[in-house]
Design a protein around this ligand. Sequence first.
Ligand SMILES: [Zn+2]
Length: 185
Amino acid sequence: MPLNRIIPPPPGKNAAWNAREKAGGRTGAQAAFAAWEDWMRMAIAEARKALRLGEVPVGALVVDGAGRILGRGFNQPALSHTPHAHAEIMALAEAGRQLKNYRLNNCFLITTLEPCLMCSGAAVHARVEGVVYGARDPGAGCAESCLEALDLSFHNHHPWHMGGILEQECSELLNGFFAGRRANL
Ligand SMILES: [Zn+2]
């Protein structure tokens, strides 16, 4: 958990909030983590929609700096016969339609699983301010695990990113899904 990193105020919060939290004894990082967890719970609710439909349970949200939810999405490539229908892409696309702009400046992508190569690329193209995720994905995650795709030097935009928010809940959802699938083979 990168507690030593500078963490921007979560959506709907601001620098004054950060200062108050610090005055209250919590470090800015601890307070920010707690606030990000509230957003992650909503992304987990999206992941549960995928689970109910038999898809790999991943959920995502796009939230602007004021704390408005602009997009929600859950993983649905199998049902939609669409290879790019990952939770993050669905949420980014809905946010773009809301804003009538593919550039999602000052927005955050919140996702239950470390984004894959495609979704990391989409976050860069959308110019999101930050990417926050729950479970790390050692097999295909491209924020930190397999590739640092949000930090590639040839891109001219580098979203801030942070993993491990409600990591256990996000992982358990996925592990339960795959255990169930193996049991049914
Ligand atoms: Zn993806």
